[in-house]
Write a protein that binds this ligand. Structure first.
Ligand code: ADP
Ligand code: MG
Length: 208
């Protein structure tokens, strides 16, 4: 079962990992976008990591709602509202749930990914963060159906995200700034798919 302490650890781990990979994310974005994905995400996640110094949170829903609002207001770029919506939708799904089990986390992750789709209207194969998140969610669901616990399901999700991320290299970007390059976007790994993979890898380290 994941509690508010696990979710706090997730966001803190994500902030640390993003900071470590900031330059790499920026380099990916420089190749096909405007080179701000690392700095955007580092700024926003660092702000999120301060939240627990300022306030006590009663449960995962309460906490993730504040994380989502903070990301929307601090990350900027296309990715800010997308990641913000992901956490806000997860928060709504987990309202009043204190101990989050595999099924509930799956429902919350699905709500989060649906939120990204509603906002960004990406489809599979458009070379976005969705190409990491969609296979992650599928693998998570499959693992739970096969009887996996949180740790097993999250490990499967993180592995699928990394594979989905790597597959964006061969795609032509059809959403966001990278889509302005048309065919020239092929051959480059999508920065948002890279950060989304870091998010799931953090989840696998902290939520179980
Ligand atoms: P910006 O493109 O405004 O500079 P960032 O560089 O922070 O914003 O984020 C770029 C990432 O956002 C892309 O790599 C992609 O994964 C993601 N992205 C952009 N547009 C969309 C969209 N419509 N749907 C899903 N993800 C998107
Ligand atoms: Mg950018």
């Amino acid at each position: 079962m994941a509690t508010v302490e696990n979710f706090t650890a997730w966001v803190h781990d994500f902030a640390r990992t993003i900071a470590e990979h900031s330059e790499q994310l920026t380099d990916l974005d420089r190749a096909i976008g405007d080179g701000d994905h690392g700095s955007n995400m580092t700024r926003g996640t660092a702000r999120c990591a301060q939240l627990t110094d300022e306030q006590t949170f009663t449960g995962p829903g309460d906490y993730l709602k504040k994380v989502g609002m903070t990301l929307v207001s601090t990350v900027g770029g296309a990715s800010g509202p997308l990641y913000g919506t992901f956490f806000l939708r997860m928060a709504t799904s987990l309202t009043e749930v204190d101990d989050v089990g595999p099924e509930q986390l799956g429902t919350a992750l699905e709500a989060g990914v649906e939120g990204i789709l509603t906002r960004g209207r990406a489809e599979r194969g458009d070379a976005t963060m969705y190409d990491a998140l969609a296979p992650a969610l599928e693998s998570y669901r499959q693992a739970v159906a096969d009887g996996a616990d949180l740790a097993g399901a999250l490990a499967a999700a993180a592995k699928a995200a990394a594979e989905g991320r790597d597959a964006t290299t061969d795609m032509v970007a059809r959403k966001g700034r990278a889509s302005y390059l048309g065919d020239r976007s092929r051959g480059h790994l999508d920065p948002g798919a890279a950060s989304a993979t870091l998010l799931l890898e953090s989840a696998a380290r902290t939520l179980a």
